[in-house]
Design a protein around this ligand. Structure first.
Ligand code: FAD
Length: 329
């Protein structure tokens, strides 16, 4: 029976989906070792403690709440010092972070502070005794590397979307925790978040991602992609590098080897050929739908559902069908 730690990311006072995934992963790990406790840490401005019930729902037994007026945005130093101090106090077999921009920054800082190794961007994991064995896609997703992580706690980041959010239904004990470092004295201060801002659905959080490629012919035609995303209601819009390089879309929305990595429940590829570098960013999506007029386009090799056709004809019909289905008609 082992106790697990999970870092629950938040933004703008709300939990990110990767927070629930980290807690769910910790729950899985604790259950697999005989039913130990899961301790989740959430850091934010006063009021962030109200997220505790949602963390309990995902499997947390204890929610450590680190609240401070100057922690409304991620603080690398405060978060790493506070997480490391807690982990140092001992008793944790594993520590789960998201392989998000924040988690990729935070987990190595924590590992370094504790003098431990870590494993990044895992898609699967299991404990074999004290050793964590994890799978991590490399070489743009063509090879799955198995890593064995000795050292306690095993510190890992998990690829967004790799873990199903649990419905554990626990009522957690809320434990206020003071920041291990005065937030006012931090040398690194995040003053603004780029990209789509604090409020909108991030590509890593969206259950549905609709992406467009060069097949759309010009930037204005992304309206078709936006319309389908809007019809789903819970979708974010991505793009290929071909179109971000051409300035049609914000580079922050590029999916692929040199862009974002996403694993949504549903990925819709519109006018995208399926170059290996693009696949590296979305191949772990649960269900992939591709729309392409070329029946031999490589994307169809990966797609679960393919529509061979002209996207300018297909997209309006598909969007209308989704709209109707969502409206229950
Ligand atoms: C080092 C390196 C890193 C890279 N990193 C990335 C990355 O991170 N992400 C990424 O996406 N790319 C990346 N690339 C680029 C990648 O190799 C491809 O060039 C790019 O993904 C192609 O984008 P695309 O599918 O939009 O365009 P294309 O390959 O031009 O495909 C357009 C597709 O649209 C279809 N089409 C055209 N008209 C229609 C229509 N009317 N209806 C339906 N279908 C239509 C065509 O049949 C075609 O399959 C990288 C390349 C290199 C060398």
């Amino acid at each position: 029976m082992a106790t697990m730690f999970a870092f629950a990311e938040s933004r703008g006072g709300a939990l990110r989906k990767v927070a629930l995934e980290a807690v769910s992963a910790a729950r899985q790990a604790a259950d697999a070792t005989g039913g130990g406790e899961v301790h989740a840490m959430v850091v934010g401005a006063p009021g962030i403690g109200s997220t505790a019930p949602a963390l309990g729902q995902a499997g947390a037994d204890v929610v450590m709440v680190v609240e401070h007026a100057e922690l409304a945005r991620y603080s690398p130093e405060v978060c790493s010092a506070t997480a490391a101090a807690r982990l140092q106090a001992g008793g944790y077999r594993g520590a789960f972070f998201a392989a998000s921009a924040e988690g990729r920054d935070l987990a190595p800082r924590v590992a370094a502070a504790l003098g431990l190794s870590m494993a990044a961007d895992l898609t699967e994991f299991a404990f074999e005794g004290e050793v964590l064995v994890g799978q991590h896609p490399t070489h743009i997703g063509k090879i799955i590397t198995t890593v064995r992580l000795a050292g306690t706690p095993a510190i890992v980041t998990l690829r967004p979307g790799a873990v199903l959010v649990a419905e554990a239904g626990r009522t957690p004990v809320v434990e206020p925790v003071a920041p291990a470092l005065d937030p006012g004295a931090a040398r690194v201060v995040v003053t603004a978040l780029g990209g789509k801002g604090d409020a909108q659905l991030d590509l890593a959080d969206a259950p549905v991602v609709v992406s467009g490629g060069r097949g759309l012919r010009e930037a204005a035609n992304f309206a078709l992609v936006e319309a389908l995303a809007a019809a789903f209601g819970n979708a974010a819009v991505g793009a290929t590098r071909a179109v971000t390089d051409d300035g049609w879309r914000d580079p922050a929305t590029q999916i692929g080897q040199t862009g974002r990595i996403v694993s949504p429940d549903l990925y819709v590829a519109v006018g995208i050929s399926g170059a290996i570098q693009h696949l590296a960013g979305m191949r772990t999506s649960k269900t992939i739908v591709a729309i392409n007029k070329d029946k031999d386009a490589p994307i169809f090799k990966l797609a679960d559902y393919g529509i061979v056709g002209d996207l300018f004809e297909v997209m309006p019909v598909l969007t209308e069908a989704v709209r109707k289905a969502k409206a229950g008609g």
